[in-house]
Each structure stands twice: as C-alpha cells, then as structure tokens.
Design a protein around this ligand. Structure first.
Ligand code: PEP
Ligand code: MG
Length: 584
C-alpha cells in the first residue's frame, strides 16, 4: 500500500497513530480507499492473545501512553495461565502417535486415563493424568480440572473439550480422528501403536500432536515483559501470595513463579508415596494405640525428611503444614488383589483387611472421622507429625543456618476445644524435641476455617489460634450442603439455567460463603488483634475471589504453583480497586 497508494497510506498511518493515542490501546481498524482517498469505517480495541496483551500493556506503559497501574489493569490475570505452561524441547526425541487439532496451548505428560472419575482419583493421589475421551461433556468437568491435559478424538476447535480446556488453561488436542479410543479395553491406538490406561503419553496443544511416552520439556520464560509486569504488580499489591505445595518439585516451581511461602502443605499426599503407604496401612490396621505407634515410628523419618526438604527450598519463608485431614479408609486399597498384597505384607489375612475396611467405611466420609477428629481420637498421629516438623525444622536450621518458622495448621476445627486439645499435643511435642536437641525454634499453631460453626464462633476459636486459613473448598461444601465430589454431575446444569452465575467451587460465593468468611475475619480479629488471615481453598487462585479477599483484608492468598503469577497480578488489581464481581 505504501508503494501503490502513498498518500492514502500516509493518511492511514497518521489516523492510526491518532486513534491509538486517543484510545490508549491497540486498535482494530477498518478502512477503505476510493479514488486515492482514505475513508475510515470503524475502529475498536483490538482482540489479542495473552502474550500480545502483556506486550502491548508493558510497551504502552514504557512509552508513557498509559500509567503502569493501567498496564496492570489491562491484562486479564486468568490469561497468564496460557504463558506459564512448559513447551516441548524442540531437540528432544519423540515418538508420534497421532495428530489432531491444536485446541489449547501448552504441553503436558501424564498417564492416559479414559474416564473422569478415575482422572480425579489418580490426580488426588498426586499422579499427572491425561484425560483421553472420544469427546467430553459437562459431566467431565471434574476430570478435566484434575487432568494436566486433554485429548479427544472427535470434535472441532469449538467442541466442549476445546472451549473448556482453553478456559481452564489446560493443554488440549481435540478431534484427533486418527486415534482410536476403546473404552472397553481402555486403550488408545493409532498406526499400529497401542497405549493402555496408566501408560504415559505427551501432548502438545500448540501443534495438536500426541506422543507415546514422555518428551522432555522446557520451562516457560519468566523474564521480559512478563517479568516487568509482575514486578510492577508486586510493587502495588498488599496481599502476599503463597502456594499450596507438598512436593519439592511443586515448591520449587512455585518459588520460581514468585511464591512467598507455602500456605498449605497437605501432608496426606506424602503418605501415598509407595515407600510409605505400607506403614500407613499398618497403622490403620492396628487394633490399638501401641500398634499404631509402631507403624508411625516407621513413618517419622520419611516425614522428617519431607519437611526438611520443604524448609530448605522455602529458605526462611513461612511454611504452613496441615496435619492429617482425610478419613483413614482413603488409604486402604479397594481391589481384592491389592487387599491380598497388603494382607501378605502385614502378615494378616484378607478377611481381617476386609473387616477393618468395613469398620472404617462411613456413610458420609466428608463429614465423618477426619480432620482434627483424627487428632483428638488418635493423638499419636498428630504427635508423630509434629515431631517430624520440629525435627525437620531443626535439621534445616543446621543445613542452612537459617531457622524456618513452621506454621502448624489443624484441619476441620468446629469447636474451640478441638483446637485446644490438638494444640496442646503440638506444644507438648515441641517441648520434648527442644529439650532433646537443645535447640528451640519459633513456631505458630493455627486452624483452618472450613466449617460454618468455626466461622460463627471464630472469636472463641481465635483465643487458641495464632492464625486462620480459610479452607473455602470445605466451607463451600458445608455452607451449600453440596458435596464436592458429586456436584460436578448437576452443577453445570445449575449454571446453564442461571440458578448460579458460576461454579461456587471455582469462584467464591460472596453472598453466602463470603458472608461467613467476613464474619470469621471480623470476629477473629476482634478477639485477637493482628490475627494472621489467609485463604488456601482453590479460590485463592481465582481473580474474582482474590478481589473479595482484598476487600475482607486477608493477609495472603495461597494457590497451586502455576496460579501464583495469576494471583500476584490479581492481588495487584484488587489493591487498585478493580471491583468484586457480585453477580450471584
Ligand atoms: C479446603 O477445604 O478449602 C482445603 C484447602 O482443604 P482440602 O481441599 O484439602 O479439603
Ligand atoms: Mg478442607
């Protein structure tokens, strides 16, 4: 155009410049040229990918077109997710299985799983899972959430899988028609190669390729425009951002992403490790306290090393460790072959295993014998964990010369006395370990607020707590009376029908759950001024919920490692007063 229509071109450049200055944003311009004369038809703010949005915002601020705070406002925190996924190392060897549509960017490796319930179950145990479906439907949401990546053999770029995966920031290959999925035999095959359930595959959502096995990846670049915007965000935000992590890898990833500590270490994940699960099951099978203590003594060195490693990685940043939370039967195997294996290892028989499993079975385990109720009835479990924390912290101090400050967190407290009893256990063990080692370290003991009764009696509970962390997953479950594990079956229909504007397990229900958070924060701080308040439910990584946390005055949010940058930006936007979305 510059050569063919030089005068119209010069006009266009001038008008574009003017429009961009006027709207202080990148413009999507429509124009026509007739008899060498330029006519403008329309202009609007241009649509952009996450990477482009980031670059435009940073460059405009650097050119002085907009303020830095405006640059922060302009980037959608949720979109950062797209930039944070690893990509395949171009030099890594690979075996192509098939190719589909590049439906959602990012690369992921994990074991192939063919249904959403299993994806969720395996992910809960810490496995990386790739959900493979012919196509997905709203019933698969929980599996898609749990999976690191999604592959479908049917459907296009606007299929359910593609749209939902992009929204979630999950890598996805859709419509890979060359792949055949057989749910019956739980296999995935193409071109003479077959992958069975539980075998590893890798997908590249940017190219649509699916590979057999693992392919080496390279981590995303966190420098450049991304680093600049994050730095500006950090200068503005008030709330700290921590991470939910229990593995060294997650803790390290989160630190790279800027986490300022661990807000939730779910210790039960450490128990599923194959080296320990035997001792965990021995503890569960024991008939009395003495038997449980024998098994717990085997777990102690593992837990101590787990914590020592986390303290080392977090290098003096706060580390909140939650004592055991889930009902014990979650650790028992379900299939006969596994039961037999455990019975052999424990020198017992399969009938005894079945009897114990039947004893432990509960009609409603989420409201059953879990959380601090375990610590109250089997104090030896919490004693072992407390000992592992203190011994790990003292060892870490010797390693680095820097003493960590463990924050020990008691789950599912609803009654002040529960916290007093479990706290006394922790204090007793601390005194023992300090006397044995001659070393004293600082620590705090606090509680999760995840039951309505805890929120409503927060002033009482605060008398025994150094901090509160809102467990908004359980709090949402108990406030709505809505099972976390079953809601996926009908909640999408509620959202579709407009009964709820959004899934309350994803974005906090400000009207109901939020009201209890507010009550607990106010009562807690009235009883104990300066009480530290955080959130560690999934909402801690959701921008709309983070805006609410700012409004209530929480000290920090804690979220999964890959959401740490999302939370840093969202916390900055919240500090700038980007409003809370109150659509119910
Ligand atoms: C919660 O309930 O919000 C929480 C963080 O604990 P979990 O998800 O482990 O129950
Ligand atoms: Mg909970």
């Amino acid at each position: 155009m510059e050569q063919a229509l030089p005068s119209a071109y010069a006009d266009l450049v001038a008008v574009r410049e003017k429009l961009e200055q006027h709207y202080a944003d990148m413009q999507d311009i429509e124009f026509t040229v007739q008899q060498n004369k330029l006519y403008m038809l329309q202009t609007r703010n241009g649509k952009r990918t996450a990477a482009a949005a980031l670059r435009i915002a940073v460059e405009m601020a650097e050119e002085g077109l907009i303020e830095r705070s405006e640059a922060i406002r302009r980037v959608n925190p949720a979109s950062l997710d797209q930039l944070l996924h690893p990509t395949l190392d171009p030099n890594a060897p690979r075996t192509l299985l098939s190719k589909g549509l590049p439906a959602s960017p990012g690369a992921a490796s994990g074991v192939a799983v063919f249904n959403s319930d299993e994806a969720e179950m395996r992910a809960a145990k810490g496995e990386s899972v790739i959900l493979v479906r012919i196509e997905t439907s709203p019933e698969d949401i929980h599996g898609m959430h749990a999976a690191k990546g999604i592959v479908t053999t049917r459907g296009g770029m606007t299929s359910h899988a593609a749209v939902v995966a992009r929204g979630m920031g999950r890598p996805c290959v859709a419509g890979a028609g060359g792949l055949s999925v057989d749910y019956g035999s739980q296999t995935l095959s193409a071109g003479g190669k077959t992958v069975r359930a539980g075998e590893t595959i890798t997908l590249d959502g940017a190219t649509g390729e699916v590979f057999v096995g693992t392919v080496a990846m390279i981590e995303p670049k966190l420098s450049g425009d991304f680093g600049t915007l994050m730095q500006w965000a950090d200068e503005i935000r008030r709330m700290k951002v921590r991470t939910n992590a229990e593995t060294p890898l997650d803790a390290e990833t989160a630190r790279k992403f800027g986490a300022e500590g661990i807000g939730l270490c779910r210790t039960e994940h450490m128990f599923f490790n194959p080296e320990r699960i035997g001792a965990v099951r021995q503890m569960i099978m024991a008939n009395d306290e003495r038997g449980r203590r024998v098994a717990l003594a085997k777990l102690l060195p593992f837990q101590r090393e787990d914590f020592r490693e986390l303290f080392r990685i977090m290098a003096g940043l706060p580390v909140t460790i939650r004592l055991l939370d889930p009902p014990l039967h979650e650790f028992l195997p379900h299939q006969d072959s596994e039961l037999q294996e455990v019975a052999d290892a424990l020198g017992t028989d399969i009938d005894a295993m079945r009897r114990r499993a039947a004893e432990l079975a509960e009609a409603n385990p989420m409201l059953g014998h879990r959380g601090c109720r375990l610590g109250v009835t089997y104090p030896e479990i919490y004693e072992m964990q407390a000992r592992a924390i203190f011994e790990g912290a003292i060892a870490a101090t010797k390693d680095s010369g820097k003493a960590p400050v463990p924050e020990i967190m008691i789950p599912l407290v609803g009654i002040k006395r529960e916290l007093e009893i479990t706290r006394a256990l922790v204090d007793k063990v601390a005194a023992e370990v300090f006397a044995e080692t001659g070393v004293t370290i600082e620590y705090t003991v606090g509680t999760m607020i995840e039951l309505p009764r805890a929120a409503l009696t927060a002033d009482k509970i605060a008398e025994a707590a150094d901090f509160f962390s809102f467990g908004t997953n359980d709090l949402t479950q108990t406030v709505f009376g809505l099972s976390r594990d079953d809601a996926g079956k009908f909640l999408p229909a509620y959202v579709e029908a407009g009964i709820l504007a959004k899934d309350p397990f994803v974005s906090i229900d400000i009207e109901g759950v939020g009201a209890l958070v507010r009550i607990a924060a106010e009562k807690g701080r009235a009883a104990r001024p300066g009480l530290k308040l955080g959130i560690c439910g999934e909402h801690g990584g959701d921008p709309a919920s983070i805006a609410f946390c700012e409004e209530v005055g929480l000290d920090y949010v804690s979220c999964s490692p890959y959401r740490v940058p999302v939370a840093r930006l969202a916390a900055a936007q919240a500090a700038l007063g980007v409003g809370v979305d109150r659509t119910a």
